[in-house]
Structures are given as structure tokens and as C-alpha cells.
Design a protein around this ligand. Structure first.
Ligand code: AHG
Ligand code: MN
Ligand code: MN
Length: 332
């Protein structure tokens, strides 16, 4: 099945059989609520300055980062959008220090980066929303932060919605990856790609080169070899892209292969990285693995990392398998 533009998201959820079983009704309810909210957000994002969405909110989040107005608006919209889901036990967001209990009495946990790519909002470059769904281990116990501290392998679903020239969603339910694009007239997400696969090899990498002097040796070696091009050890020329919205950079990797890196560096040696394990790295790693790529922190698969803090950071290298294998070898 490919390019079946007549299948909307609701119908997809009703008929999909990941690993041979129907999608649980509670998970369908939750994903529909998330995706409906993202469609609302997409319309708001497109209005920008016309509805006063641009600029800083003048506040800081739990990570000490300056919040943009849209960071807060997206966060509030998502909380409101899923609040009534019966299947939900609680949610956690990059923008809030503590998890939020919800009205529902179900056992799903939702984690999200409501607005990824904050530095791109005011310059009209692609931004997005990233989400991850876990299952609470003990459904009856009162909600605690510790309930969220599960490795990426526990994810029941993960995805993102990128607000770009098109509003497109990538989703995994643990059995491959599919993509939908929002029809902004009918407000339906329609299936555009099934399955999504990442090519094993690539000639394109993404990293913020301005941090080169701070990198660890294995990353520096890898990038220097790419830069050496056809006359170097790699024997081929590489292209580079850096959008500075993880959601858009990963969308490119899922669409045409490539490597995306935000590695640990010496600017803040005690921080494992910039990106967040629970809201960014785990959902993106789930998608990338399900599309046939790989995702590591240098030495280990990100999906296997046992989190100890809701807001913990991690070094990220993901994308085409051959390149990630090479990066892992350089870190051994
Ligand atoms: P967020 O907007 O959610 O804080 O995330 C921004 C992240 C990520 O999307 C992107 O890859 C990275 O920050 C860009 O960082 P630099 O500006 O350091 O390149
Ligand atoms: Mn982000
Ligand atoms: Mn964010």
C-alpha cells in the first residue's frame, strides 16, 4: 500500500494491525486527541504575527531556557486537548517541571515536546511537535514522576508533526513507520507513505558545525572524514544540512536518509548533551529504528537507556545504519 491518499488517520487507526493485533481503543482515543490538537496548532502557526504568536514570552522553562509565546501556547493546547482522554493516566512536557495528572483513569502516559525548533518560530522556518506514549506499569497506584522513567523500548507509540510547507506527521506503533499530511481544507491527516524506510547508506549529514571546536574526538574524526570528500578515506563527497529544528532535520532523514547529530560537547562537560531523552531522543529513536535506521548516544542504543530524570539530556546520533555503525565504531 503506498500513496493511498484516501485513508485518513482515524480510519488508519481503526484498520491497522501492528504486529498482528488491532490498535487498542484507548491508544486510538489518545492519538486522535493529540493529532487533532496538532491540526489546530498547525492553523495557529500559519497565522503567526497576524494573531500575535511570535516573540518571546519573557519567561523561562524548567531547563532554564527562554520560552517563546508559541512554546507556552502549544503546551497549553496539548494539555487541554488530551485532558479528557479516558485512557490517559498523566502527561509530562519539556516545558513543565512536574507531570500533570489528568481526569482520565487509564494507563497511558503521554510525553511531549510541544514546540520543537523554538529558534525558528520567528523566522518562518519549519517547527513541530514531538510525542511519545508509554504505559504505566502499575495502573492502580497514584501517579508519580517515577512512572515516566521507562526506557524507549517501553513506548507504545511515538511520532511528530512538522509544521512546514506541508503539515506532515510521522508515526510508529512499533511495527514500521507511516506518514500522513494534513489536508488543511478538510482538516484530515491523510496517509501519504506506508512504509517509511531510511536508506542504509547516505552522503548527507547534519550537525551544528559552529560547535566543532568543542566536540569529542570520535565526532570530529567522523565529520572531518565527511568533509575530506572524494579524495579522503570515505572516497565520496558529502552534503550538509542543519535546520536547527530536530523535527525538520529528522523528517529529512526519514524522507531521504542521512545522519543527524547533536553530540555531547565540551561547552557544558557535565551535561550529556542538549537534546532531551524523554521528549525528543526516545520518540525519534523509536521512529528511526522502526524505519530501518539506528540511533545511539555514541556507544549505546538510545532506546536501551534507562532514564533517571524526567528532563535528562542525551547525546544523539541517528539515521542511516551504515553511518551510525561507523560512528559507534569510532566511539568504541
Ligand atoms: P526546542 O526548540 O524544543 O528547545 O529544541 C531545539 C533543539 C532541536 O530542535 C534542535 O536540533 C537544536 O535545539 C538546535 O540547537 P542549536 O541552536 O544549538 O543548533
Ligand atoms: Mn525540542
Ligand atoms: Mn520545545
Amino acid at each position: 500500500m503506498s500513496n493511498s491518499h484516501n485513508i485518513n488517520f482515524r480510519r488508519y487507526l481503526e484498520t491497522a494491525k501492528p504486529k498482528g493485533s488491532a490498535v487498542p481503543a484507548g491508544l486510538q482515543e489518545l492519538l486522535l486527541a493529540v493529532v487533532d490538537t496538532c491540526s489546530t496548532l498547525s492553523h495557529e502557526v500559519a497565522q503567526g504575527a497576524l494573531i500575535g504568536l511570535l516573540g518571546s514570552a519573557g519567561t523561562g522553562n524548567v531547563q532554564g531556557e527562554v520560552q517563546q509565546k508559541l512554546d507556552i501556547i502549544a503546551n497549553d493546547l496539548l494539555i487541554e486537548g488530551v485532558q479528557a482522554c479516558k485512557s490517559l493516566a498523566g502527561l509530562a512536557s519539556e516545558e513543565m517541571e512536574l507531570p500533570v495528572p489528568v481526569q482520565g483513569s487509564g494507563d497511558y502516559l503521554l510525553l511531549f515536546d510541544p514546540l520543537d525548533g523554538s529558534s525558528n518560530i520567528d523566522v518562518n522556518v519549519s517547527i513541530g511537535t514531538i510525542f511519545s506514549v508509554l504505559k504505566k506499569q502499575d495502573p492502580k497506584a497514584p501517579l508519580e514522576t517515577a512512572d515516566f522513567l521507562l526506557s524507549g523500548r517501553h513506548q507504545a507509540a511515538a511520532g511528530y508533526v512538522v509544521y512546514g510547507p506541508q503539515t506532515t506527521m510521522a508515526l510508529t506503533l512499533g511495527d514500521g513507520v507511516v506518514m500522513f499530511t494534513l489536508n488543511k481544507v478538510t482538516d484530515e491527516f491523510l496517509l501519504i507513505k506506508d512504509p517509511v524506510t531510511i536508506s542504509q547508506s547516505t552522503k548527507e549529514f547534519a550537525i551544528n558545525m559552529s560547535n566543532m571546536r568543542h566536540w569529542a574526538d570520535p565526532v570530529r574524526r567522523y565529520v572531518e572524514e565527511c568533509l575530506a570528500g572524494i579524495s579522503g578515506t570515505r572516497g565520496k563527497d558529502f552534503n550538509m544540512r542543519w535546520i536547527a529544528s530536530m523535527v525538520a532535520d529528522v523528517h529529512r532523514v526519514l524522507s531521504r536518509g542521512g545522519v543527524f547529530m547533536y553530540p555531547w560537547d565540551q561547552r557544558e562537560p557535565n551535561k550529556p548533551g542538549k537534546l532531551r531523552l524523554m521528549y525528543e531522543a526516545n520518540p525519534m529513536s523509536f521512529l528511526v529504528e522502526q524505519a530501518g535506521g539506528a540511533s545511539i548516544n555514541g556507544t549505546d542504543l538510545i532506546m536501551d537507556l534507562e532514564p533517571t530524570d524526567l528532563h535528562e539530556r542525551v547525546s544523539v546520533m541517528l539515521g542511516s545504519k551504515e553511518e551510525i555503525d561507523r560512528l559507534q565504531l569510532y566511539h568504541a
